[in-house]
Design a protein. Structure first.
Length: 338
């Protein structure tokens, strides 16, 4: 099934040989009945047509041998004039090496004139559209990746896995660490993380298949400040080399908050200990004294008057209430610590 853009196909044929012009035209008409074909016999003619209609041409069929320009120069200029249009080279045996080289420069395909027929031409054009679609999708994917990378609110880098050199730096890393992009490009991860290339840094795979540092790492900012970060990484290939996509999450404030909570908990433990040992000890003695007073009173007098009995009982009851409160505080503190 032909791509939609093949319907009413507009093609530019750049060919100086009248016989080949007719042959290629017939092949195209056979496969694409709604064809809209322009023919240029010289580069100068092709130049005018492309400058006026470059966006309208869906395919360019290019013969490398034209009378008014050198082969190498021809290819360079056509690629500049038709940056977004698939180019298929029509070549003879003498031009085969140049045609292959053209593929590395961005041409879509090449066809030998001696082997040319309508089916092969159609197949090559269809392939050109498919490749154009794939290239566009790849371009969009790269663009999305760049947007995600540079707009990530967390400091993110791409580093060389072997040397630690920074290869890519996002804006958040620049803002957070204080180094410019140029400064980062001349630095290594070891310049901000002394332990990164050492055995002290250990990663493990989390549930999402992303590497995560087991412990907090200490990173140094340009102003000398040190922060505590958790590192997340993903091995990637970058421009033909092994690299690591690395993200740092600053947990300095979180760690500080946790430290404050731990300090407060320790204070509560100390208070509970004081309640349990320093306060309860004299309280226990007081309760013993009250009991002993009651016993002494009975030994010497034989009975306790109503007012005295009331005072002693209330003093003892209050002491027990205080003891119960202290026990409750100690128990609640112990439960909090579990």
């Amino acid at each position: 099934m032909l791509p939609k853009e093949n319907k009413g196909l507009k093609i530019l044929l750049i060919e100086d040989n009248p016989g080949d012009q007719v042959l290629v035209s017939d092949y195209l008409q056979e496969e694409f009945p709604r064809l809209n074909l322009d023919i240029a016999s010289k580069f100068s003619e092709a130049n005018k047509l492309l400058r006026a209609n470059e966006r309208q041409y869906k395919i360019i069929l290019l013969d490398l041998s034209l009378p008014d320009i050198d082969k190498d120069e021809l290819l360079k200029k056509i690629l500049i004039l038709a940056t977004n249009t698939p180019i298929i080279i029509l070549t003879g045996q003498d031009d085969i090496h140049v045609a292959i080289q053209a593929l590395t420069l961005g041409c879509t395909d090449y066809l030998l004139k001696d082997d040319l027929n309508s089916k092969r031409l159609r197949k090559s054009i269809t392939y050109a559209f498919e490749r154009k679609h794939i290239d566009k999708q790849l371009e969009l994917s790269v663009k999305r990746y760049q947007q995600l990378f540079h707009l990530n609110p967390q400091p993110t880098w791409v580093i060389n896995s072997e040397t630690g050199n920074f290869l890519e730096i996002n804006n958040s890393a620049i803002d957070k660490y204080g180094y410019s992009k140029t400064e980062f490009s001349n630095m290594k991860i070891q310049d901000i993380d002394e332990d990164y290339m050492n055995e002290k840094l250990k990663f493990h795979l989390n549930d999402g298949g992303v590497l995560k540092s087991e412990n907090l790492q200490q990173h140094k900012l340009k102003n000398g400040q040190k922060i505590q970060v958790k590192l997340y990484g993903n091995p990637i290939e970058y421009q033909g080399m092994e690299a690591m996509l690395l993200m740092a999450i600053d947990l300095t404030e979180t760690e500080s908050y946790i430290s404050q909570i731990e300090a407060q908990n320790q204070q509560l433990k100390d208070i509970a200990w004081e309640q349990s040992h320093l306060v309860r000890a004299p309280l226990t003695r007081m309760m013993g004294i009250i009991n002993r007073l009651e016993e002494k009173y009975l030994e010497h007098i034989g009975s306790i008057d109503e007012d005295c009995s009331f005072l002693l009982k209330n003093a003892l009851s209050s002491a027990h209430e205080i003891d119960d409160v202290i026990r409750s505080i100690v128990n609640r503190t112990s439960d909090r610590d579990k």
